[in-house]
Structure formats: structure tokens, C-alpha cells
Design a binder for this molecule. Structure first.
Ligand code: ZN
Length: 161
């Protein structure tokens, strides 16, 4: 069976940045299981996997536009320190969820200057090309239950109690 829309796809992967540093890897852990076409992984990786079969191994480089997006300056904002919970020691590197006009979004504090705090809502990997080494472990049809939940059950997927 080939990877196609709505198939359950199980992969092992190693992700590197342009500098060749390993950012993430499934080696030594459960493989990643996802449903093709569901937008659960970055678009460039779904594209690269389309039509592949179990046992295939390949390397693929994905531009930022098809990974976590280009860096968006409009997601960098200055907010007054008083908008943080009283008692919070606001420091660069802190991550939290902010309410934005686009809904809740993960942001990171990049700088604290006096009473103003710079926060960046870009994904940490925005603006970066990503280089994946992929091994396709399994391709199978999704069960009706998996389709209705929108995720894979079992190893590498969701576990329900
Ligand atoms: Zn489920």
C-alpha cells in the first residue's frame, strides 16, 4: 500500500537544521504515526511521503514555507509588563500562551526592557529550512474510529484510557 490521503503512516525520522544539528528524532522511541492529509505534520513532509511505501528510506529538505512558515514580524509584539500575572518574574526565554486576535498562541519572551516586554509568537522553527531523514515503517488504512477521532491509535499514536 502506498501513502495516500487518509492512510495511517508510521515513520521514524531525524530532523536537522541547516547547520546539521539534530533538532528532533524518533530514534530510540516510538515512531511517529499520523493520518496523511490531516495536516498533523508539516505540509512539505506530507508531500514528500505521498506515494511512498513501507521500507522506503529517503532524505528530504523542506523550505520554511512548507515547514513552520516564514518568520512573521507582525507576530513580534511589545506588551506592558503589567499585563502579566502579578508575581510573575518575566524573563527572556519564558514561554506562555497568549490570547491574540488569531486565538491562543504560544509565545516566547525575547526581551524585557523596563516596563515593556517583547514577545514573539512565531513557531521556534519559523524561517528555517528543515532536513529530514525518513524511514517509512508502515502504511495501512485508518480504522473508522481513527478517522472519526482524526488521529492514529496504538504505538506512536494516541492512547485512550
Ligand atoms: Zn482517539
Amino acid at each position: 500500500m502506498q501513502v495516500a490521503r487518509d492512510a495511517v503512516v508510521v515513520i521514524h525520522y531525524t530532523l536537522k537544521n541547516d547547520a546539521g544539528e539534530v533538532l528532533d528524532s524518533s530514534a530510540g522511541a516510538d515512531p511517529l504515526a499520523y493520518i496523511q492529509g490531516g495536516g498533523n505534520i508539516i505540509p512539505g513532509l506530507e508531500e514528500a511521503l505521498e506515494g511512498k511505501q513501507a521500507g522506503d528510506k529517503f532524505d528530504v529538505s523542506i523550505p520554511a514555507e512548507k515547514a513552520y512558515g516564514v518568520h512573521d514580524k507582525s507576530l513580534i509584539q511589545q506588551v506592558p509588563r503589567r499585563s502579566f500575572q502579578t508575581g510573575t518574574d518575566v524573563k527572556a526565554g519564558m514561554r506562555f500562551t497568549a490570547q491574540t486576535e488569531h486565538g491562543p498562541r504560544q509565545v516566547v519572551v525575547t526581551r524585557v526592557t523596563g516596563d515593556m516586554v517583547s514577545v514573539d509568537g512565531n513557531h521556534p522553527l519559523a524561517g528555517q529550512a528543515l532536513h529530514f531523514a525518513v524511514e517509512l515503517i508502515e502504511v495501512r488504512a485508518a480504522s473508522a474510529e481513527e478517522m472519526s477521532h482524526g488521529h492514529v491509535h496504538g504505538p506512536g499514536g494516541h492512547h485512550h484510557d
